[in-house]
Structure formats: C-alpha cells, structure tokens
Design a protein around this ligand. Structure first.
Ligand code: FES
Length: 172
C-alpha cells in the first residue's frame, strides 16, 4: 500500500524540529501533522538528532502511540492497563479480534504479525492497545476514531462498531 505523503520526509522533519527538542516530542509533532510517522522520516530524523536509524526506529516501535502507517478508517484503541484489565479488558480484546478478524497492534508488527493478519491493509478496521484513557472508574474503556466509550461490554462494542462502520460507508 502506498503510504506516501504530500511533503518530502526531509521537509517534514525540518518543519517539526527545533533546537533542544527531544525525539519523542518531534515524533508527536510529526504524527499530529500527517497522522503517522512515515518510515522515510527515520533517516532524516537520525541525521537531525545525530542518532542511528536503529535508535530512532527503536523509539518509534517502543511507544504504542506512534504508528508507521495511516490509521484505519475505523480505529479502535482499547485500554489494556490495570484497572481495565481487572474489569475484563482481555476477554473484550478477544471478542473484538474475533468480531473484526484483525489483531491488536498489527500496525506495530507489520510483516511480523505471526498470524498473518495485516492490520487494516485489507479492511476498514485497525486495533490498537493503549494504556489508560483516564476512565479507570468506568472500565473497560476504549476509543473508536477518537471518541471515548466506557463500561464497554462485547454487546456494546458490536453496536459501536456497527455505527462506526456505517459512518465510514456513508460519511455525513
Ligand atoms: S486503566 Fe483503563 S482507563 Fe485507566
């Protein structure tokens, strides 16, 4: 799939790099700007910060927040942190994977996705793990396309997913 962007990777890095900025801060700025951190930006980032490409790549893959390809039309971000785990997040995650046919964090694993499920390469849904959405008292919590939902049951998820898919198929 073509993940090219309208701006050259060197220009993108230059646009978001200021003296003294950390790599993580620059990665946030890039992802906020174009929706993901293009793999082609790794080399210019390494040059700009005097790091190795492996170091830059390591930071991008360490943090769940950063994605290296555009988000799926329907992106589900499920909280996998403690409070949600104690309220059944893992069972909910299994339900979500079965329902969507996708695997959590396949966008991170890329070609190494052991079950061979491409994230959303072949479909409309992407599943991402996140760690605390500030809704611990109302867990399990998740976001669908940036909209927060609390006390999510499998049944509630099915309804939310159906609504989100409908929106993608028939944008307002
Ligand atoms: S632990 Fe899930 S919202 Fe805080």
């Amino acid at each position: 799939m073509d993940h090219s962007i309208a701006i050259a990777p060197d220009d993108l890095v230059q646009r978001h790099t200021r003296p003294g900025m950390s790599l993580v801060a620059i990665l946030h700025a890039i992802q906020d700007d174009v929706g993901f951190v293009p793999p082609a930006a790794v080399a210019p980032l390494a040059r700009a910060l005097n790091l190795s490409r492996a170091e830059v790549h390591g930071v991008i893959t360490y943090y769940h927040h950063f994605r290296q390809q555009p988000a799926a039309p329907v992106t589900v971000q499920l909280c996998r942190a403690e409070a949600c785990r104690s309220m059944g997040t893992e069972a909910l995650a299994k339900h979500i994977e079965a329902r969507t046919g996708c695997q959590f964090d396949a966008h991170k694993h890329g070609a190494h996705d052991k079950q061979g499920h491409g994230a959303h390469e072949d479909g409309a849904v992407g599943l991402e793990s996140v760690y605390c959405l500030g809704q611990c008292a109302l867990s399990p919590a998740l976001m669908i396309n940036g909209e927060l939902h609390a006390k999510v049951t499998p049944q509630k998820f099915d309804m939310l997913l159906a609504a989100a898919m409908k929106q993608v198929e028939q944008p307002a």
